[in-house]
Design a protein around this ligand. Sequence first.
Ligand SMILES: [Zn+2]
Length: 214
Amino acid sequence: MASPLPFRFDAGHPALDFLNTRAGPDDGSDLLTAAPDAVWRWLEAAGLLPERGASGAEGGAGALPLHRLLLTEALRLREAVGDALEALRSGAPLPAPRVHELARALEAGVWRRVLERPAVAGGDGDAPRVRQRAEARDVPGLLAPLADAAVSLLTTADPGRIRRCDDPRCRAWFLDTSRSGRRRWCSMARCGNRAKAARHYRRTRSSRSDAAES
Ligand SMILES: [Zn+2]
């Protein structure tokens, strides 16, 4: 079995988790290129692989041409999503080529509406509900559910809540669902604590030099 890749799913939205596959400026690494089948593995881990029935597309490290094409498509989509969200955050109009890219990715899937029925017939289970399901008939179609998630973020989220980590070395994306709406860090465990430790260090150093001068 392939070794697990260190994907993060803590951004609060799958489209932002997808953007975070590219590390911050301080690191520069890219999880989508960390293994030949990394995109497939990310989609699988995120629960965003479409139904494969009609696709003829199968995963596994043996399917190298598929994975190469999937990577090319995924990198295009990631760039489009990142640019579109940056525009949204800054109040600029969405760049037309990026919208075109998103539409292309969304429309590559074959969408079906299905009725999901409660688990217990006649019981008090959940009410039936309509779900959209994607099928992939080709490689670009494999990214359709992810494109769908990105489009829904772009069209429904409060732009002020789509944030990037304040740490200039990190800049990871996250959806701020805090009550105050003033969250600064992608995660307390990563960047929040690092900033706290740096602040503490600066404080103790300045109080030590004050003491030395007096
Ligand atoms: Zn961070």
